[in-house]
Design a protein around this ligand. Sequence first.
Ligand code: UDP
Ligand code: MG
Length: 331
Amino acid sequence: MSQTSGSRTLSFLSFVIPVYNEQATLPFLREQLETWLPTLGDVRYEIVLVDDGSSDNSFAFLTDWANNHPEIKVVSFSRNFGHQAAVTAGLAYASGEAVVILDADLQDPLSAVPDMIRRYEEGYDVVYGQRIARQGETTFKKATAWVFYRLMQKCVYKDLPKDTGDFRLVSRRVVDIVNAMPEAHRFLRGMFAWVGFRHIAVPYVRDERRFGETKYPFSKMLRFAWQAITSFSALPIRLVCFWGALVACFGFLICLYALYSWCVGDTVQGWTSLMGLIAMLGGSCILAIGIVGEYVGNIFEEVKMRPKYLVEKCLNISQPDMETKQSPHGR
Ligand code: UDP
Ligand code: MG
């Protein structure tokens, strides 16, 4: 496919916003959007809010908001499927010429969107927000994010832009390609990087969350990072092979030493080293099996070919039938 160059004018923009137990944040989101959206001028817009199985009053708020506002579209899941599944659904339901992915807490500010639109109009297909600073986040979260992006870039995927979340503007052709990618384990920012085309960063300062709490506690972050690594790279499994070879070489040296000890009649001693060796080998084997198991588990999830999410209700947008539910446009 040829790359777009030159200029174009954006006429229809979709916003995709995942929502999970955000009742404290949604009034703020609505107010901010209602103040900011008129600055879009002639650009037509729609806002696709994906309720990821919230157990609070988020859906009631969204229902009220969607009432008499046809541009507010709500997709509600049958349960919590996770942030990446919610964004995946939003991308499938969005019909704009370009799509902006936003978090409901507006930590990624709307003020960066005009720059994204300008870059899109210059011909870029993916305009991602790049955090130059993060306000109000713990040193621990900043440090783990820093390590994660560097690790991902060095070992997993060199084209993965660092300090970049899902906040980005994506052209219709890239959205269509990502919608057509069937994998169950979705690490969307990796998938966007994989697709290619013209990418560019828009730097911004990530605000602090003003209402409610993060829906990404440490355990979920860790799971997300591990999913990202194992769905994009065979590096851990290769490292296991390398580790196995290293341990085998070490074991061979120990055998030589044991043989030597036997020759010189010094075989009673060595209980400690023997125990250490057994423990180390046992640990390595379990680790190796665990990592192989992780990949087998991923294959298991993929071959089941279950839907990535289940939609219970839609407001101001038609609910596709079971055949096409992952892409209401039939793509
Ligand atoms: N979210 C979601 N499903 C989940 C967890 C989070 O849809 O299982 C949404 C959440 O409502 C928010 C966005 O994903 O709009 C990012 O979550 P959050 O702000 O809690 O993450 P953080 O900014 O702390 O990394
Ligand atoms: Mg947030």
